[in-house]
Design a protein around this ligand. Structure first.
Ligand SMILES: [Fe+2]
Length: 529
């Protein structure tokens, strides 16, 4: 769950790609049982009344200590170093240089081990808040340590002085078994955690709360209690979903269907001139199968069956926006995490966050195209075990391709990015001749800053999906990950290719495929000869 994020946000799934993705591989594995607690925490933020009552239960001893710490100077006594970790000693030395260094804002990753239930997290957060800290990322998991209920990973921004004071205060709290500062970019590449099987995606459900209707005053549903309640109802369905479950059916209201019809008809108007051939082909198949019609919102389960039939991609309900690491990891398993709620009816052609219409009309048709599906999966595979910096680059590539990509088709520029296919305003802007169009080159695209509040000033144009894949593969091979990951569709597992046995197995499979290829070629030659 993201408490705040200053860097990103807009309209698509990965529009909320958090550049500061703190999902440290060593602590990124969270048990699915926590979903309800996550949801309860998010709901606490939604509901002012609930939040007020939480505040009243704050541990006042801790609060008082933080308040008193605000006026106190950090100790320069060397004795205070006793029991400090290396990172804390370095922090203390950095803070002691001068007043400016002391007041400099430091981003720190804290690992807190809670003795009590998840509710005690609220007390800790209050202490951080009182210490003028800003929590930018928060995750939790059941602890494996005896006597500790939860491990919490929190990234906070606060002055060095306040951070040091915070560490001392929290160490005195009986709520916490321990507290540790992790060094930045501390990623354990020897034994990274990432989902190894499609069922592990049950643990990849870390939501970002930005642009939720309850939290954003500019959201069209901000003051609509009925809409907010509907959003929660649909989010709850996703929270309950587990790998292997049947995808629940949503009974969409007449209001929601009306919004779908408006956007669907708009897509029908724009598609012939501006959408890429692969999209048009998949759209027609969906129409032929009676899944795409103007008067009915397709069910996620029907879209799932359609995609499974064509490329093996599957869909699972998501309660909201996922972190980039989780979202990309899903793609590695040919799984697309989809919201199921519909944008507010007063704003059919714009939504501040990705809704089901964006997923269905923007993303899903192309996932039925084998070449595009492969490209999506390769982006996902490259993310498994990647460093935070690499996740940011992969997210940026995702942004400029799967969300806002353009491609060439018979000398013309067509759209294939979901943020263009499902949002006609940006689509018309992209092909207006005003923005700059650059050739897709992953090493350059990956570091291009992008616009997430308004229309893009720059788009990248791929020669074709095949060309984009070739370039992407070459670029990915230069990334830092010291192992290769392959997806085994038979077992639905992501396999690390780092042993002779695994390479032998792969070689055996490839030899079998080559045998099929040779036999088929020979038969074709005999038939034609
Ligand atoms: Fe999207």
């Amino acid at each position: 769950m993201y408490v705040s994020d200053n860097k990103m946000a807009t309209m698509c799934c990965l529009w909320l790609l958090d550049a500061s993705l703190a999902t440290d591989a060593a602590v990124a594995h969270f048990a699915s049982q926590l979903q309800r607690q996550h949801q309860a925490q998010i709901n606490d933020q939604y509901d002012d009344q609930v939040f007020d009552s939480e505040e009243k239960s704050i541990d006042h001893d801790l609060e008082n200590e933080v308040e008193s710490s605000e006026s106190s100077e950090p100790s320069s006594d060397n004795d205070s170093d006793a029991g400090l970790t290396e990172e804390e000693v370095l922090l203390e030395k950095a803070a002691s240089q001068d007043k400016d260094a002391e007041k400099a804002i430091q981003r720190a990753t804290l690992v807190l081990r809670l003795r009590e239930g998840i509710n005690s997290l609220a007390r800790v957060l209050k202490v951080i808040e009182n210490g003028k800290g800003n929590v930018v990322h928060l995750e939790s998991r059941p602890s494996k340590e005896q006597g500790v209920q939860f491990d919490i990973l929190a990234k906070v921004d606060m002055t060095r002085k306040d951070l040091l004071a915070l560490m001392k205060i929290l160490r005195q709290s009986s709520t916490l078994a321990s507290i540790t500062i992790l060094a930045e970019d501390n990623i354990n590449v020897k034994n990274p955690w990432f989902p190894r099987h499609a069922r592990d995606l049950d643990n990849c459900n870390h939501l970002m709360t930005k642009y939720e209707p309850e939290l954003d005053m500019n959201h069209p549903g901000f003051s609509d209690k009925v809409y907010r309640s509907r959003r929660k109802e649909i989010a709850n369905i996703a929270f309950d979903y587990k790998f292997g479950d049947l995808i629940p059916v949503i009974e969409y209201t007449a209001d929601e269907v009306g919004t779908w019809t408006a956007v669907f008809n708009n897509v029908l108007d724009l598609m012939p001139k501006h959408f890429c051939m692969e999209y048009r082909n998949a759209f027609k198949m969906l129409q032929d199968d009676k899944i795409f019609t103007a008067d009915k919102i397709p069910q996620l389960k029907d879209m799932n069956e359609f995609l499974k039939k064509h490329t093996g991609f599957t869909l699972r309900p998501a309660a909201g926006l996922l972190t980039a690491r989780d979202f990309l990891a899903s793609l590695a398993f040919r799984v697309f995490q989809s919201t199921q709620y519909i944008r507010h009816s007063t704003s059919p052609f714009h939504t501040p966050e990705p809704d089901y219409i964006h997923e269905v009309l923007g993303h899903m048709p192309l996932l039925a195209d084998p070449s595009f599906a492969q490209f999506s999966q390769e982006l996902g595979l490259a993310s498994l075990g990647a460093s935070d910096e690499e996740i940011e680059k992969l997210s940026t590539v995702y942004w400029f391709t799967i969300e806002f990509g353009l491609c060439k088709e018979h000398g013309e520029v067509k759209a294939y990015g979901a943020g263009l296919l499902s949002a006609y305003g940006e689509l018309l802007h992209a092909v207006s001749g005003k923005p700059e169009l650059r050739p897709f080159e992953p090493s350059i695209t990956a570091v291009q800053p992008y616009q997430d509040q308004e229309y893009q000033p720059i788009y990248f144009v791929a020669e074709s999906f095949e060309d984009a894949k070739d370039k992407f593969r070459k670029w990915v091979s230069s990334m830092s990950r010291p192992f290769e990951v392959r997806y085994n569709p038979h077992t639905q597992r992501a396999e690390i290719l780092d042993s002779v046995d695994q390479l032998n197995n792969l070689m055996t499979q490839l030899n079998l495929e080559m045998l099929h290829l040779n036999t088929a070629l020979n038969k074709l030659k005999m038939r034609s000869g």
